[in-house]
Design a protein around this ligand. Structure first.
Ligand SMILES: Cc1ncc(COP(=O)(O)O)c(C=O)c1O
Length: 415
C-alpha cells in the first residue's frame, strides 16, 4: 500500500496554513476615514505623507517617497540618478523580472550576473568582474528579504564611481549590521503589492538619505512638479506615480501589525532551519551573521536530488504539496535573461535600448549563462512562503515530518 499522499496515502498535514492578506477592523476603519474625509489623493491628505516618514524611520532612512508600485520605485530611482541610454546596470540573474525591466524602461541595459551558491543573492565578485566603462549602477536585490552584503557592493560602487539602487521590494524590516536596508546605497525601492508582507494591494516606496535625490524622486514621481512652484508647471520629465490616501491608510494599519508578524516569521524560520539542519535532507540557505534582519518574504531552501535518489525538484515538490505542505514551491522558473523580453529582444519598435547608438555595442542575452542561478532555478531552490511561517514555530515540525516521510518512501516516486 502506498504511503505518500501523492499516491493515495494519508497526508502529514490537513490543517491550512494562515491565509494572506491579514487584516482586521483597523484597515476597514482607516479606509472608511479616508472615504469620509473626501481627501483621496496624497497631495490633499496626510496618510501617505505620514506613512512615508513612518516607513523611512522603520528602515533607518531619512526620506521616503511613496509611489504606486515597486517596479516604478526602481524606475524612478534609476531616472533620478541619471541612468539612461547607453548605460549598463548590473543586476542579479536570479530575481523578479521587474529588476531588469525597470532598467530597460530607463533606456539602459541590464547586465545579469550570477548569484552566490550559499545565499542565492547577487555575488559581489561577479559584480566586480562585470564592471565596464559603460557601467553606471548596480541593483543588489535583497531576495526573499535576506540582505545582500552591502559593504562589498558599496565598496565596488565607490571604487568604480557607480550608483547603488537596492531592490528591497521584498525586504521590509531587513537589516545589514543592525541598519535597515533601502538607504544603504544611494536609493532603494520597496513593494507593497498584494503578495507582499506589508501590503495595500499595490504600492511602493523609494528610500534615501540624500535630500537632493529625495526631492528629485518626488518630482519625477509627481508629474515633474517642484515644491514651491506653481502646481501646473512641469519642470522635469516625470509621471504620475503617486500612491492614494486609501493605500496610505491601509499601510499604516499593516505597519502597526508588522513587528509582531516579523518576529513570528523569524521564530518559525529559525525553528525550521534548526530542524532541517538536524535532519540533513534539505539545506536552509545561509544567513550571514551581518544580516541582522531578514524579512522572510519566503524562506529559501536548497534541494539536492542526489539525497533523494535523483528525484527531480518538481516531483519532490508535488509530493510535498500533497502531504498538505502547501504554499511551498520552486520559485522563479527562469533567470532574468531567459525571459522573452530579453532573450528575444521584445523591447520596442526600433530595438532601443538594446540596439542603440549611445550603447555602441550589442548584447545577446541568449549567450549569457549564470550556472549557479540556473541550477538554483531548475534543480535546487525551494521557497517556503511567508504565510506558512506565520503558522508559528510549533507547526514547522509538519514540514520536517513531510520531508522525512518523502525521503523514507522516495522509492514510491521513482516508480
Ligand atoms: C524582487 C522584486 N523586484 C521588484 C518587484 C516589483 O514590485 P511591484 O510588483 O510592486 O511592481 C517585485 C515584486 O513583485 C519583486 O519581488
Amino acid at each position: 500500500m502506498a504511503s505518500l499522499a501523492l499516491n493515495g496515502g494519508n497526508p502529514v498535514r490537513t490543517k491550512e496554513f494562515p491565509g494572506w492578506p491579514i487584516f482586521d477592523e483597523s484597515e476597514i476603519r482607516a479606509l472608511e476615514e479616508v472615504v469620509r474625509s473626501g481627501k483621496w489623493f496624497a497631495p490633499g491628505g496626510t496618510k501617505v505623507k505620514e506613512f512615508e516618514q513612518r516607513f523611512a524611520g522603520f528602515q533607518d532612512a531619512k526620506y521616503g517617497i511613496a509611489v504606486c508600485n515597486g517596479t516604478i520605485a526602481l524606475e524612478m530611482a534609476l531616472l533620478a540618478l541619471g541612468v539612461g541610454a547607453g548605460d549598463e546596470v548590473i543586476i542579479p540573474a536570479y530575481t523578479f523580472v521587474a529588476t531588469a525591466t525597470a532598467v530597460l524602461r530607463c533606456n539602459a541595459i541590464p547586465i545579469p550576473v550570477d548569484i552566490d551558491p550559499d545565499t542565492y543573492l547577487i555575488d559581489p565578485e561577479a559584480v566586480r568582474k562585470a564592471v565596464t566603462d559603460k557601467t553606471r549602477a548596480i541593483i543588489p536585490v535583497h531576495l526573499s528579504g535576506l540582505p545582500v552584503d552591502m559593504d562589498r557592493i558599496n565598496d565596488i560602487a565607490e571604487k568604480h564611481g557607480l550608483k547603488v539602487v537596492e531592490d528591497a521590494a521584498q525586504a521590509w524590516g531587513a537589516g545589514w549590521k543592525g541598519k535597515g536596508v533601502g538607504a544603504l546605497g544611494n536609493l532603494g525601492g520597496f513593494s507593497f503589492q498584494m503578495s507582499k508582507n506589508l501590503t495595500a494591494g499595490e504600492g511602493g516606496m523609494i528610500l534615501t538619505n540624500d535630500k537632493e535625490l529625495a526631492d528629485l524622486c518626488r518630482a519625477v514621481a509627481d508629474c515633474g512638479r517642484l515644491p514651491g512652484k506653481p502646481r501646473y508647471d512641469c519642470h522635469i520629465l516625470g509621471v504620475n506615480a503617486r500612491l492614494t490616501e486609501f493605500q496610505g491608510a491601509v499601510l499604516h494599519a499593516q505597519l502597526d501589525r508588522y513587528p509582531d508578524l516579523l518576529a513570528r516569521r523569524e521564530a518559525s524560520a529559525q525553528a525550521l532551519a534548526a530542524m532541517l539542519e538536524e535532519q540533513g535532507q534539505l539545506t536552509p540557505i545561509q544567513r550571514p551573521r551581518e544580516a541582522t534582519g531578514h524579512a522572510y518574504h519566503f524562506m529559501m531552501l536548497k534541494y539536492d536530488a542526489e539525497k533523494f535518489d535523483g528525484i527531480p525538484k518538481s516531483r519532490f515538490l508535488e509530493a510535498l504539496n500533497a502531504e498538505g505542505i502547501t504554499s511551498v514551491h520552486g520559485g522563479y522558473g527562469k533567470t532574468v535573461y531567459e525571459h522573452p523580453v530579453l532573450a528575444d529582444r521584445k523591447v520596442g519598435a526600433r530595438g532601443c535600448p538594446l540596439s542603440c547608438p549611445f550603447y555602441g555595442k550589442e548584447i545577446d542575452y541568449t549567450k549569457i549563462h549564470c550556472p549557479v542561478a540556473e541550477k538554483a532555478i531548475r534543480e535546487e531552490a525551494i521557497w517556503v512562503k511567508q504565510n506558512v511561517l506565520l503558522a508559528g514555530p510549533e507547526e514547522m515540525g509538519d514540514i520536517v515530518e513531510a520531508v522525512g516521510k518523502i525521503h523514507e518512501h522516495r522509492a514510491e516516486l521513482l516508480k
